[in-house]
Design a protein around this ligand. Structure first.
Ligand SMILES: CC(C)(COP(=O)(O)OP(=O)(O)OC[C@H]1O[C@@H](n2cnc3c(N)ncnc32)[C@H](O)[C@@H]1OP(=O)(O)O)[C@@H](O)C(=O)NCCC(=O)NCCS
Length: 177
């Protein structure tokens, strides 16, 4: 069963226990810039921090009533001349990896970025050996823009990361009457 069993909706602070549970899994947090032993409170605060009007948005994938994945657009820096760019982060609970939740979240978040937020660039950083995530990003039009050596400390060693970005594939048309 793939995406048809999934619902995508805006994340809510009450999703924090589910998010913290999958973020405690080394299969997930090690691939992100998260620390082990995440707290529910920290995730509650983060999910509550997407202020209306900030442009930031977090979506969750829900399966059988349970959140199983989270994807967010965040401001890399609140700089006016970079308001055409936002960063993307994504994680899916390990027990549903490879079942389409990541793809469904990417589709929804990039639709939001292109059709509603009118972004030119969506940017991300990914560990250079995270083949599953890189394959997903390439499938959604992301390209590598650089390799950052020893970018982050991970499980006792420095690890390289790739910088990737996707440009909005559509023009910005003016709708006729
Ligand atoms: C990366 C991640 C978000 C993908 O989510 P997902 O729900 O597993 O993704 P999907 O099932 O939609 O798609 C995964 C794709 O990767 C492919 N894939 C799986 N393992 C792979 C591997 N080792 N190498 C290459 N591709 C792989 C799958 O075949 C699938 O592609 P397909 O739909 O064309 O068959 C998820 O695995 C995750 O949360 N990982 C841990 C955290 C993480 O890495 N986040 C990204 C940090 S930048």
């Amino acid at each position: 069963m793939k995406t048809e069993a999934l619902t995508i909706r805006r994340a809510h602070p009450d999703d924090a226990p589910a998010v913290a549970a999958w973020m405690a899994d080394p299969a997930v947090f090690a691939q992100l810039l998260q620390m082990p032993h995440p707290s529910v409170e920290m995730w509650r605060e983060r999910l509550a921090a997407n202020k209306a009007g900030s442009g930031e948005v977090s979506l969750v994938a829900v399966r059988e009533g349970q959140p199983v994945g989270l994807a967010s657009l965040h401001e890399p820096r609140a700089v006016w001349r970079r308001r055409h760019a936002m960063g993307l982060g994504i994680s899916v609970a390990a027990h549903v990896h490879g079942q389409g939740a990541g793809s469904a979240l990417m589709q929804a978040l990039l639709d939001h970025a292109d059709r509603w937020a009118n972004l030119l660039r969506v940017e991300l950083t990914v560990f250079a050996d995270n083949a599953r995530a890189i394959a997903l990003y390439r499938r959604f039009g992301f390209q590598e823009e650089g390799r950052m050596r020893g970018y982050a400390w991970r499980d006792g060693a420095y690890a390289d990361c790739l910088s990737m970005a996707r440009l909005n594939p559509g023009p910005s048309p003016i709708m006729g009457p």
